[in-house]
Design a protein around this ligand. Structure first.
Ligand code: PBG
Length: 328
């Protein structure tokens, strides 16, 4: 039998040629490592649902970041757990707040590139990402007040930058947050500080472990009226377009794995770098399955990161950063 096959893709899959024709790679320089700084403690506490991660006291912030830098990962995203919470989340913008203190030390003592998450949910007693003026028990129509939240986000972002943050990443899905923060940074002389917008952030079940880690779960209700509906992709374009018009420098899609179509849409339609946030639940799932011997941890994690890059991500925020940096 004479089968005429001229086009044989297998020819390029052998060792030697395989890597030459590889279209995508991930390096430590593409990664951002999240760190959790905890003002409620003086000892490092493991985060059970995120193996390998800890809440770190302010005194250990520099050590923690140095550990990450030693692996080759140069950027960190700082999250804070404040010593006290209140209705408005006022510790979010305090000059001696947990993020501000940690960032001051990290920027003074390390060469890490420091990005801060700008949100209120870790700082409010109710755990919502903004101003809440009623109680869910008495008000079934409870919503986070959009425009009143903007002014608190502005104060938070400016205070992070004044403490030394090199980039701010607003994550509350407040309409107008990029316009408000860009204007405030410019007016305070910080025209060179870029904003990474959590532009298309979905209301996702994949954030479960993070909410334990950062103690930011809503005490009542959910985030459906401000985070995006997982069913929507047109809406992602709208959200991203608004943030581009407002001056966002980097556009984030979050979560990553279940939203690679959105990563691709954003990277194809807009001329800004795209960040994919490989969130806590994605990390926890791989760990849980690997613990049972059902998947190989490193291989599964690396494959996930490559898929994010292939979809169009330029950078990836991932809890795997430190662990994988040496293997990429
Ligand atoms: C704060 C914030 C959240 C995450 C990042 N910033 C939690 C949320 O929106 O509920 C989630 C990160 C993760 O799951 O890894 N708003």
């Amino acid at each position: 039998m004479n089968i005429e096959l001229t086009d044989r893709p297998r020819r390029l899959r052998r060792d030697g040629i395989r890597s030459l024709v590889s279209e995508t790679s991930v390096t430590a320089q593409d990664l951002v490592a999240p760190v959790f700084i905890d003002a409620t403690t003086t000892t490092r506490t493991p985060i059970e649902s995120m193996p390998g991660h800890e809440r770190v006291p302010i005194e250990d912030a520099v050590t923690r970041v140095e550990e990450i830098r030693e692996t080759g990962v140069e950027a960190v995203m700082v999250f804070g757990i404040p010593a006290e919470k209140d209705e408005r989340g006022s510790r979010a913008w305090a000059s001696d707040g947990v993020v501000q203190q940690a960032v001051r030390r990290i920027t003074a003592e390390t060469d890490a590139y420091v990005i801060t998450d700008v949100c209120l949910c870790e700082y409010t007693t109710h755990g919502h990402c903004g101003v809440v003026e009623s109680d869910a028990a008495t008000d079934p129509t409870l919503t986070v007040k959009n425009d009143k939240t903007l002014e608190l986000l502005i104060k938070t972002a400016v205070s992070h930058v004044e403490a030394g943050a090199e980039m701010v990443a607003p994550s509350s899905m407040t309409d107008g947050m990029i316009t408000a923060i860009r204007t405030a940074l410019d007016e305070t002389g910080h025209t060179d500080i870029p904003i990474m917008s959590y532009a298309a952030k979905y209301e996702s079940a994949f954030y479960g472990p993070f909410r334990d880690a950062a103690d930011g779960a809503p005490a009542f209700g959910d985030r459906r009226h401000y985070q995006m509906d997982p069913a929507n992709s047109q809406e992602a374009k709208r959200e991203v377009r608004l943030d581009v018009e407002a001056g966002a420098d980097v556009l984030m899609v979050k979560p990553a794995l279940a939203y690679l179509d959105i990563v691709n849409t954003v990277s194809s339609n807009f001329d800004r770098p795209v960040a994919a946030y490989n969130v806590s639940g994605e990390y926890a799932m791989v760990h849980a399955a690997a613990d049972r011997g059902w998947v190989d941890l490193e291989a599964t994690a690396v494959e996930s990161l490559i898929a994010m890059k292939r979809a169009g991500a330029d950078l990836i925020i991932t809890y795997f950063a430190e662990k994988l940096a040496n293997q990429l």
